[in-house]
Design a protein around this ligand. Structure first.
Ligand code: GMT
Length: 394
């Protein structure tokens, strides 16, 4: 099939998931067209089936706010026509679903057809989308989608609770490419991070308020009192500076390292003992799943979809939002009991395998196939044959 993927190109979970999905679909022979304002960070491979179309937003002195949504919809129309797309898959409702709706209307007016699928990721529903400035358009464009998916049962329920949705929302969970995390840990790297064999705790996020990063630092300070340990803080965002101050106030600044945004997150996870995710809400918690793929157990809150991923006593532990004391106790217990640590590592890995890319991507393909007519299946097959011939000739 010829699939247009629209996403945020940043390190955020929705962009990461959309990019990994596009890469996996391209590996399976589909033509994948990324449409976004910047090359997605995880789009770091060359594949003849992957195309990248940058949305340019021309500025004009009159515009205080450049109209990205219009530029996006116009680029979508252009790509749909020039590359004969079969469908659009938009990740994150705002503004992607409404731009897709606009593109669909334009194509229809010209006698064409382009179904669009909207995948809801989390804050597009639970924070931003609910704001009454956006709500009517979000509700409308979700309802106008040809199919809607959510990344957890919890997000599906939250969407029904907060918006007047008249259609079925299907759950297709986040996924991880387990084999990417199945490398041998780099010993030298571990030695630099924890030179005296300290336990390594890790957190990764965009450091927004919703992540309650202060709880990560507080839990770590508690653990540090009980044993030698190091904390790696991956990512960047508005809460980073206050967290550096907090680490100082709690006297753990020498054991906390803020490593910024990291593309090769697996290298760090592979030398870690415990992943902390203390969010106030998480629709799924893709970062926790990536940790599990590297056999790292997780201590998280039980907010949103986290309990669907992090199973208490099997893959790690969960606690109420803000319950730093419980999370600290859980961390100390887990890190000082080798047998428990090994059991949870195994459980974490097995959970990641359940959500492996090879189990989840076919669910998206099955969903797409509902919108793929005989004609588009044939076109696809012919294209694959043509590409094979091209490769042989070259
Ligand atoms: O976590 C973030 O703030 C980024 C956000 C995004 O949309 O990029 O992540 C959301 O989507 C991820 C992929 O589906 C989920 O795994 C995250 O749990 C979700 N974040 C929140 O719900 C806060």
């Amino acid at each position: 099939m010829r699939i247009g993927i629209v996403c945020y190109p940043t390190f955020g979970g929705s962009g990461v998931l959309a990019t990994e999905l596009g890469k996996a679909l391209a590996d399976k022979g589909h033509s994948v067209h990324f449409i976004t304002y910047q090359q997605p960070v995880r789009l770091n491979v060359f594949n003849t089936n992957i195309y990248y179309h940058e949305v340019r937003v021309p500025t004009y002195p009159l515009f205080d706010y450049p109209p990205y949504e219009i530029a996006l919809a116009s680029t979508m129309v252009d790509v749909i026509k020039n590359h004969k797309l079969d469908l659009l898959h938009v990740h994150y409702a705002i503004p992607h679903a409404s731009a897709a709706y606009m593109a669909k209307q334009i194509i229809q007016k010209e006698g064409g057809k382009i179904p669009f699928i909207t995948t809801l990721h989390g804050t597009d529903i639970t924070l931003v989308g609910k704001d009454k400035t956006y709500e009517p358009v979000v509700t409308f464009s979700i309802n106008e989608s040809d199919a809607i998916t959510a990344v957890s049962q919890n997000l599906r329920e939250e969407t029904y609770k907060s918006f007047r949705i008249t259609k079925e929302i299907e759950v297709i969970y986040n996924f991880v490419d387990v084999k990417r995390f199945s490398k041998k840990p780099i010993d030298a790297f571990k030695k630099v991070i924890a030179p005296h064999g300290e336990k390594v705790l890790v957190h990764a996020s965009n450091f927004r308020k919703v992540k309650r990063v202060q709880d990560v630092i507080k839990v770590f300070a508690g653990v540090r009192k009980a044993m030698p340990a190091k904390l790696l803080m991956i990512g960047d965002g508005p809460e980073r500076s206050p967290m550096e101050v907090l680490a100082k106030e709690l006297g753990v600044q020498d054991d906390v390292r803020f490593v910024g945004k990291q593309e090769q997150i697996e290298e760090i996870l592979l030398v870690s003992d415990l992943f902390l995710l203390t969010s106030e809400y998480e629709s799924f918690g893709l970062a926790a799943l990536e940790a599990m793929a590297a056999r790292v157990p997780v201590i998280s809150t039980n907010a949103g979809g986290l309990p669907e991923v992090n199973i208490f006593g099997e893959t790690g532990f969960t606690a109420n939002v803000g319950d730093v004391e419980t999370m600290t106790q859980q961390a100390i217990e887990l890190l000082s009991n080798n047998e428990l640590l090994e059991k949870l590592k195994e459980g974490a890995y097995n959970q990641a395998v359940r959500y492996d890319i090879n189990n989840i991507v076919p669910l998206y393909e099955k969903l797409y196939s509902r919108f793929c007519t005989m004609d588009c299946a044939e076109k696809s097959l012919m294209e694959t044959k043509q590409q094979t011939t091209d490769v042989v000739i070259r």
